[in-house]
Design a binder for this molecule. Sequence first.
Ligand code: AMP
Ligand code: MG
Length: 439
Amino acid sequence: MLSVADALNHILEHARTKLPGEVALAEAVGLVLAEEVASDIDSPPHDKAMVDGYAVLSADVVAGRAKLGVLEEITAGAVPTCKVIPGFCSRIMTGAPLPAGADAVVMVERTGFNPSPLTPLPQGARGILGTVEIHDERFRAGQNIMRRGKSLRQGETVLHSGVELGPAEIGLLAEVGHTQIRAIPLVKMAMVSTGNELLPADQKPTAGKIRNSNGPLLAAAAQRAGATPVDLGIVRDEPHELRRCFRAGLESDVLVISGGVSAGVLDLVPAVLVELGVRQVFHKVDLKPGKPLWFGVCEKPLGDGSSNPKSNPRAEPGANVGDRTLVFGLPGNPVSSLVCFELFVKPAIARLAGRHWESPHPVRRAKLTREFSQRSDRPTYYPALVVSSAEGLLAEPKAWQGSADLRGFAGANALLVFPAGEKIYAAGEAVDVLMLSTA
Ligand code: AMP
Ligand code: MG
């Protein structure tokens, strides 16, 4: 049977980054940029004040003190009209352009204003607002000014292809006027929950039935992994129904099917997928929970080929055009589904989205908070709550009843990774952990 690492390698070999498309800035958060972006402006566009205060000539300030006439008030967005000359200054607000002559700004908290004007008026001044006394012990020439182009210069590359776009990068793109960018589009992940026993979560189970946990679970996991979920709902274990639903799912970049991949009489998923032209890459992985995992690849969408870029050049950018769909058949027990998603589907989504992805193998180390007895013929992934402490990471294994026990998994943020075999681990012993979210 394939090891987890080998199974993941097979998946990543088939996971090609999507073709870039045009994306509006408002839709770009979390995407990976697919172009070099240069600025069309200097930023700031002028020498600007970094605080509210007074724009002064530094030669006028002696030992941190000065008494100056105030020529005008310059607010952000306005243009200064007076040159600052010896004995005078201008009141200025954060972000406003520095007036000619001034070479420092004194913050308003270190000044005292008096509305009585100084005389005589300097040449060219239309009026004087009053006088200001400055007492700024730490005054130095050039203070509280950001020079034109200090942040970025016109023509300079400000973002490189491959960067993941967060709020700061989005703001920077707006600053340099890029409202439309080339980026790797969102990855679409379809999910199908198979099983005659399944009911939607808003229904009370009748005899023999259970609620569908995996649909909502996988949609949430897809969102967390930065993919757009397309929930195709519940399908009965009937070949024609499975076929119809899988066809729709193959329109997405990733199709995740829960249930129907084990050895039961109604485990029809692999056969239906193969019949639809999905090529099996592997079936079964040496792990617990999640052994029945099935993975295959569909080289092109089904139908008349109308979404092939050659026959349909106007296909929406980022649509799964004539490319391939990665198909995962996850075992139906909810924790098996979740563990397989974390180990195999999430890395595939990251690769399709062009995101830098660091293998969680090797994993981190954490000390067990209690003795723990582990016994399995397969490498095992066991839910735990890992917290950071002065002694490093501490791992509290959850009280967990196995792959059907979602309740026991709730609150876990990590998986303890145990090799196959039997061992009693002492409290305080370090074990491998795979973090699912931050400790
Ligand atoms: P299967 O992989 O289809 O053999 O299902 C294995 C176990 O998982 C069975 O007990 C199913 O009832 C359960 N199961 C399958 N699908 C779901 C689902 N969507 N939500 C909750 N449990 C499920
Ligand atoms: Mg089933």
